[in-house]
Design a protein around this ligand. Structure first.
Ligand SMILES: *Cc1c(COP(=O)(O)O)cnc(C)c1O
Length: 393
């Protein structure tokens, strides 16, 4: 593997291991254990496990390792550890690095399960969490204290697509020695260089764009070798939230087409945003690629492209949103995102139903807001689908 490969080459060849058969496509090593040539060899491996040596699939597996090395190459990270889901990556990262008495600062616009971990789980173990408006650099500055140990945010917030200024927040955190953990799902590894911009740890729900075809759950934690081997691996291999080799293989094959898919999805998301902007039945279009987005300039400096998701606020509130959703013929009603199939979600009544009306208002999640995750279908077909559904409103 070459260090100077661009993302698209790394996504196809990074991390590949071949057995004695020289298979072209990656093999699935569907094994939890490994046999040793002798008792002495087993002893030696337990004393020190070499670069491409394995003991037990909870600790590592050749197919899982291929996935880890491939995504580390795409992301420009020293190392990576795969997990059973995106939430195993988020919760494991935080729990492995924190202890009772520590202080964390987090943006408040979070994926529901991330919010649960930060609000309920960390608190139960004596970790103090301060929530801030992620788009407000002054709020980060005020909340980060000399004893802050970690900073957490989603680089692009769901579903309002607000952007956190990665470079500025990392600078503020690093001044006090805090580690910055970025949940980078909406940016995807293709459009983001969060590690180059200062992030210490980047996590993905691989369930989203990386599989991208709605098949399996998975997650990945990326960071320095010191963090992955010294902090995360000892925690996760004993906690047990390891990725199955079969799922790792699905993700590995997903990475090969990741760039093609997210670029096509971004083309469609951009076309949808442009078409819907100014439509009489649409009060607001939220998309970082639009000049009207409050952080359009920031988005351009930290993301190669504005992403695959567009949120629109229908002028007629929830009734309009529901009739729009129900009139769609191609776009599916679901709560996944980053999928090959275009998906629409009504956050206020599904993914963000658990929040109070007050919390939703503070986050800009109105009753008319719908989130569209652009798939890889024909752009014109999707534009026509959205147009006919708006006519029906
Ligand atoms: C989906 C998602 C997660 C959780 O991932 P799972 O694979 O469902 O566990 C975490 N963060 C963000 C931003 C997500 O969209």
């Amino acid at each position: 593997m070459s260090k100077d490969w661009n993302k698209r080459t790394a996504a196809v060849h990074g991390g590949t291991r071949r057995s004695q058969y020289g298979e072209l496509s990656e093999a699935i090593f569907l094994t939890q254990g490994f046999a040793y040539d002798s008792a002495e060899a087993a002893e030696a491996r337990f004393i020190e496990t070499g670069e491409d040596e394995y003991i037990y699939a909870r600790y590592g597996n050749p197919t899982v390792r291929m996935f880890e090395e491939r995504i580390a190459a795409i992301e420009g990270a020293e190392d990576a550890f795969a997990t059973a889901s995106g939430m195993a990556a988020v919760s494991g990262t935080l729990l492995s690095m924190l202890k009772a008495g520590d202080h964390v600062v987090s943006s408040k616009a979070l994926f529901g399960s991330c919010l649960y971990v930060l609000e309920n789980v960390l608190g139960k173990f004596g970790v103090e969490v301060t929530f801030v408006d992620g788009a407000d650099n002054a709020a980060w500055d005020a909340a980060i204290r000399s004893d802050t140990k970690a900073v957490f945010f989603e680089s692009v917030a769901n579903p309002t697509l607000e952007i956190v200024d990665i470079r500025t927040v990392c600078e503020l955190a690093h001044k006090v020695g805090a580690l910055v953990v970025v949940d980078n799902v909406f940016a995807s590894p293709v459009f983001s260089d969060a590690i180059a911009q200062g992030a210490d740890v980047v996590v993905y729900s691989a369930t989203k764009h990386i599989d991208g075809q709605g098949r399996v759950l998975g997650g990945i934690v990326l960071g320095t070798e010191e963090f992955i081997r010294g902090t995360f691996e000892p925690f996760n291999k004993h906690i047990g939230a390891s990725l199955s080799p079969f799922n790792a293989w699905v993700m590995l094959k997903g990475l090969e087409t990741l760039s093609l898919r997210v670029n096509a999805q971004c083309d469609t998301a951009t076309a949808l945003a442009n078409r819907l902007d100014g439509h009489t039945k649409v009060a607001r279009v939220l998309f970082p690629g639009l000049e009207s987005h409050a952080q359009h300039e920031l988005a351009k400096t930290q993301m190669k492209r504005p992403g695959t998701v567009v949120s629109i606020d229908l002028a007629g509130g929830q009734a309009a949103a529901f009739s729009f959703i129900n009139a769609l013929r191609i776009i599916k009603i679901s709560n996944n995102l980053g999928d090959a199939k275009s998906i629409i979600t009504h956050p206020a009544t599904t993914t963000h139903q658990r929040l109070t009306e007050e919390q939703r208002q503070a986050l800009g999640i109105t009753r008319g807001l719908v989130r569209i995750s652009a798939g890889i279908e024909d752009t014109d077909d999707l534009l026509a689908d959205v147009a006919q559904a708006l006519d029906a409103v």
